[in-house]
Design a protein around this ligand. Structure first.
Ligand code: GUN
Length: 293
């Protein structure tokens, strides 16, 4: 049976570590890490994510502020809020929750965030730094995956990592982190996506398989080789008449069949998801402590 990579427990360990470092930062340098969270519109999932991020700030002793703007807010109003935080010394991290309403140019908004406060790692400056192997804020979800791999002592050097998905938030930065010439990286990386006539040609070769497909239970055990390490980035709510709420959460991997093939696997929920918030806290701490820029 596969080892369960428990992101929930690991995220708690990380949060404890960050909490201790935060207390030390306050004591020695009088700095309290601060995070600005901007939520535009009323996407229910985004509301849950933003509240969880604010709650994590509170637990760790960070300063945080949530600004909510209506779905019909103007692009100018969003940009003004970002600029206000760029200039605010209490704010070390700025997070604009995505997706934004269609009439707002996402690229323009992400470009407005000062790279020094871009704790999501979405600004082209940080994207470029990541690719170049320079100090940067790495996007939180793939950074959380790297943390799982290293803390569970999973060898990545020389291993074939296959990333399924090419989004700016997960797939692209994931591939870049995995092949960096750095300790706990150094993997041989294949990135594949929906244009592949047959994804399983690639997934079957993976020593480490990262699924960020966005389709519930898309990858099955039969698509994997024995001993694979499976990292499931998907979070999908599907109908389940037998569940108390009538729905349940599943990943992009079919867990039961994959765990028969895998040597280790992240569950959903309780795998990659909780790590994302822990890494956001880590990035915000690193910004406040001046560890990146
Ligand atoms: N929407 C989905 N994932 C993310 C994320 O990591 N950061 C932000 N800002 N929005 C998201």
């Amino acid at each position: 049976m596969a080892q369960i990579l428990d992101g929930k427990a690991l995220s708690q360990t990380l949060r404890n570590e960050i909490g201790e470092k935060t207390a030390h930062l306050k004591q020695t340098r009088g700095i309290q890490p601060g995070l600005g969270l901007l939520l535009v519109g009323d996407n229910p999932a985004s509301q849950v994510y933003v509240s969880s991020k604010a709650k994590a700030c509170e637990e760790l002793g960070f300063y945080s502020v949530i600004i909510r703007q209506p779905a019909d807010t103007s692009e100018g109003a969003v940009l003004r809020q970002v600029q206000e935080w760029n200039a605010d010394p209490r704010i070390h991290g700025i997070l604009v929750q995505l997706p934004l309403p269609k009439h707002i140019d996402e690229h323009k908004v992400l470009l407005a965030v000062a790279p020094q406060k871009d704790v999501d790692g979405f600004h082209p400056e940080n994207v470029g730094r990541l690719v170049a192997g320079l100090p940067c804020f790495a996007p939180c979800t793939p950074a959380g995956v790297m943390e799982i791999l290293s803390r569970y002592n999973i060898e990545t050097k020389g291993k074939h990592a296959v990333v399924v998905g090419r989004s700016n938030i997960v797939g692209k930065p994931m591939a870049n982190l995995l092949y960096q010439k750095a300790p706990n990286a150094n993997a041989i990386v294949t990135i594949c996506h929906t244009a592949a006539p047959d994804l399983t040609v690639f997934t079957k070769q993976a020593d480490i398989l990262v699924a960020a497909v966005g389709v519930p239970e898309a990858l099955k055990g039969a698509d994997m080789k024995d001993g694979v390490v499976v990292i499931d980035v998907g979070i999908n709510r599907i109908a389940d008449p037998t569940a108390p709420k009538g729905t349940r959460l599943v990943g992009d991997v079919h867990f039961a069949s994959a765990s028969e093939r895998a040597s280790a696997i992240t569950p959903v929920p309780g795998g990659v998801g909780p790590m994302t918030i822990a890494m956001l806290m880590q990035n915000t701490y690193r910004s406040a402590a001046g560890e990146v820029y």
